[in-house]
Design a protein around this ligand. Structure first.
Ligand SMILES: *Cc1c(COP(=O)(O)O)cnc(C)c1O
Length: 376
């Protein structure tokens, strides 16, 4: 079989749509969804994924930077777009021009954005981020300060109030509970001084998947879940209520195979040496494509429907695998680096756990050199 590319990912449009619908069904009609498509939709392709979600009726999408938002607008995406982490003065003009909705993280930025809106003779909507205990971005979660700062911003409209959970998957700590309570208290205190942002939002994928309803508020921001994963919980988690399916499979072509005698070293540094006669296949993807170097002599791929080990060091452009048990594998065949083939499969969470990282890192780590192919 011949392939067009040495290495490519196949993104299932149907699975992304189904993951979105599953999230919507679990949430019910009262909760808005901002699908998170930052970082090129976690490697799945932001424009394509945004089109799929828009076709499913998504009214909001969220990106990290203004540049990501501009790319989606230029591609014709006309949902609301929340820009979650870009407060550089140099991007304000594009925010306004492309109708992107900024998240504001400090009162200083709020004043500067208000000045900008006034100088343009326009009014801008924004979401304010409060730090409820993550210790990263956001203003202090105190109503008085927020009331006076938002009241003074005459050319801005406080449309949303948000925060972010630091340990959503960890049921061994009370951090999430504390953050939820701090956020709820802040909403209540603001409302008692007449400030009621239309969209209050706190949750990413995990509190949706594990049914933590008190974290849902008016809107949720799922990213990883759209792509078919939820982080494994730590501690006494409730039952998972969301059924998700990984949307991406990653393949690569076998460039060559060779029979090697016992004692032959394989790859850089000779970190592997054949303990018996073996058959090795050389696969056309390496760490410059996103195959984690930590998988050297540790990871697996799926070849001819079976899980086979990576042997030797992962190289920049090539990876060597042991296909002694798969005599049918030939140059020109494809192997599966992530995904399933027959009854064997390996997903991003398993790869992450082998490599000592998280599924997000595996998915976002698939480089642009790997072609994205969209399948129905
Ligand atoms: C990335 C991000 C999300 C999405 O988180 P997932 O765990 O992928 O669902 C939500 N909110 C903020 C602020 C983020 O940065």
């Amino acid at each position: 079989m011949a392939f067009e590319y040495r290495t490519w990912v196949e993104v299932s449009k149907r699975r992304i749509a189904e993951n979105f619908r599953a999230i919507r069904d679990v949430l019910g009609p009262g909760v808005e969804i901002a699908g998170v498509v930052k970082a090129d939709a976690y490697g799945h392709g932001a424009i394509e994924v945004s089109r799929i979600l828009a076709a499913e009726g998504a009214r909001w999408l969220a990106v990290s930077t203004v540049e990501e938002g501009v790319e989606l607008r230029r591609a014709g995406i006309d949902t609301r777009l929340l820009v979650m982490a870009d407060s550089l003065p140099s991007t304000r003009a594009a925010l306004a021009e492309y109708d992107l909705t900024p998240v504001v993280h400090s009162f200083e930025d709020l004043r500067a954005l208000d000045g900008f809106a006034r100088s343009r003779g326009t009014r801008l909507r924004y979401h304010l981020k409060a730090d409820t205990g993550m210790g990263r971005l956001g203003v202090a979660a105190r109503a008085a300060g927020i009331a006076s700062a938002s009241g003074a911003a005459s050319h801005l409209e406080l449309e949303g109030l948000m925060s972010h959970l630091a340990s959503a998957a960890d049921y061994t700590t009370s951090q999430t509970e504390c953050q939820i309570r701090t956020f709820a208290d802040l909403c209540r205190d603001l409302s008692s001084v007449g400030i009621a942002p239309k969209l209050r939002h706190l949750a990413s994928t995990h509190p949706i998947a594990y049914g933590r309803r008190e974290a849902w508020f008016d809107m949720v921001r799922p990213g990883l879940g759209l792509y078919g994963y939820a982080s494994p919980p730590a501690g006494p988690a409730p039952a998972k209520i969301l059924h998700l399916q990984p949307a991406l499979a990653w393949k690569a072509a076998v460039l060559a195979t060779q029979e090697i005698p016992e004692g032959t070293p394989v790859g850089y540094g000779a970190t592997f040496r054949a303990r018996r006669p073996m058959r090795i296949a050389v696969v056309g993807a390496g760490y410059a494509d996103g195959v984690l170097h930590q998988l050297s002599n540790r990871g697996h791929v799926v070849a001819a429907g079976t899980l086979v080990p990576i042997v030797g060091a992962v190289s920049m452009d090539l990876t060597t695998i042991d296909v002694t048990g798969c005599p049918s594998i030939q140059a020109g065949d494809a192997v599966t680096l992530l995904g399933s083939d027959g009854s064997a499969s390996i997903d991003a969470a398993q790869i992450a756990s082998l490599a000592g990282t998280i599924a997000y890192d595996v998915l976002c780590g698939i480089r642009s050199r790997v072609k994205r192919v969209y399948v129905p």
